[in-house]
Design a protein around this ligand. Sequence first.
Ligand code: GDP
Length: 363
Amino acid sequence: GFKCGIVGLPNVGKSTLFNALTRAGIDAENFPFCTIEPNAGVVPVPDPRQSKISELVKPQKEIATTMEFVDIAGLVAGASKGEGLGNQFLANIRETDAIAHVVRCFEDENVIHVSNAIDPAADIEIINTELALADLESCEKQLAKVVRTAKGGDKESIAMKALLENKLLPQLNEARPVRGLTLDDNEQALVKSLFLLTSKPTLYIANVDEEGLEGNAYVDIVRGIAATENAEVVVICNKLESEIIELEDDERAEFLADMGMEEPGLNRVIRAGYELLNLQTYFTAGPQEVRAWTVKVGATAPEAAGVIHTDFQKGFIRAEVIGYEDFITHKGEQGAKDAGRWRLEGKEYVVQDGDVVHFRFNV
Ligand code: GDP
């Protein structure tokens, strides 16, 4: 599975968000939910297309695809030097595929701010500096290694040395994240091999007041920073979300309608995390179950089959595919077949978002 780590300074609303996210999982019947550890939760990825498919197929059950969220508390200035829970904090971030960075954009006298002022730019900088310092150390170690091998003429070492000296180290020395650099494919592959913290895809979650969902100056600051470092922004009121999640289904629908919201803001967070990771969904649909599966954008049919079971990938023969729109327009598999919209695809086929797939395989 794919894992998104929730980070941020103390008292910005991380736990409130995490609790709302994990509570969101319990409500939906038949959706797999589990709490792995107190601070990790598996959350279904909301996808309205799945209900549309199910209306046609009428399966016994529906299973959503999921994403894991981890609440990573404990960051203080000095973490990169091992202060506080610093080392553990950095190790936890290293294990994630993406970072959701919660930033306080709400005012509330009753909630103490660690540096006594609401200042999103300063807050972001504290965290990004710690992460950049940790990366700086990794990069300096790496440079010491490749200096020798580069002298010996090793091509990859020469490229790595150039990348470190010309791009990564200057960026990190200014406490700027590596994800903000423009890199070519070769450089990206080299960066990947370094497992840096600041190269992880990042989503800023601007946590606002109920009144601050629009026209919030703090949010504009967050957006400005995100734009300079290839990061995304989601604006949400975590407190409101934690209240929405406590409501019964019908009350919730009414409440959302009153607020002029189509769905809980949490859904946007989950989907943003999903998109950040360059993930997409395909479906399997039969009378037993309609199920959503996650694959990387660009995955081939056998790779997609491997998400269900490695045997499906090894013994892959063909994929029967109906595009999502065709499936809906022609009211299911038979209709799509009659309309000539049912395809038999081979092992080179690149799976498209929303595809309804049935795999043929040898065991
Ligand atoms: P964490 O330390 O980052 O995990 O922060 P918490 O989630 O524990 O939140 C700290 C305090 O801020 C709690 O008292 C929350 O109820 C409060 N809080 C969180 N989000 C909001 C919000 O959007 N508005 C207001 N007014 N308070 C919030």
